[in-house]
Design a protein around this ligand. Structure first.
Ligand code: SF4
Length: 96
């Protein structure tokens, strides 16, 4: 969910966020509350992919971002880690 506090570092895609035109409370429902409306808005948002990647990269813990709830984003992150495990590489700087 994109707010209206713009700064010089605000990514350009946020200006096209459809949720800027809606009720922000729908994106942060109380526990057990419905996310149907927020997900419907996200489904029509032109910057959904950018929004989801932003949320994942910034570890957004709350609210609906890119059409996914916190739990769904957590699962997506776990799947990505499973599919693309980071392999520890030896430090190559010591090689002569
Ligand atoms: S995908 Fe959803 S939360 Fe993200 S910018 Fe669009 S409407 Fe807002």
């Amino acid at each position: 969910m994109i707010g209206d506090d713009w700064g010089p570092d605000t990514p350009a895609w946020m200006k096209s966020a459809l949720c800027r035109e809606t009720d922000p409370d729908a994106f942060y429902p109380d526990k057990g509350g419905s996310t149907v409306w927020a997900k419907r808005v996200c489904g029509n948002c032109p910057v959904r992919a950018e929004c989801l990647e932003h949320a994942l990269q910034h570890n957004e813990k709350h609210g609906v971002w890119g059409g996914l709830t916190e739990r769904q984003r957590r699962r997506l992150q776990e799947r990505r880690r499973h599919d693309n495990p980071i392999i520890d590489q030896p430090d190559d700087n010591t090689a002569a």
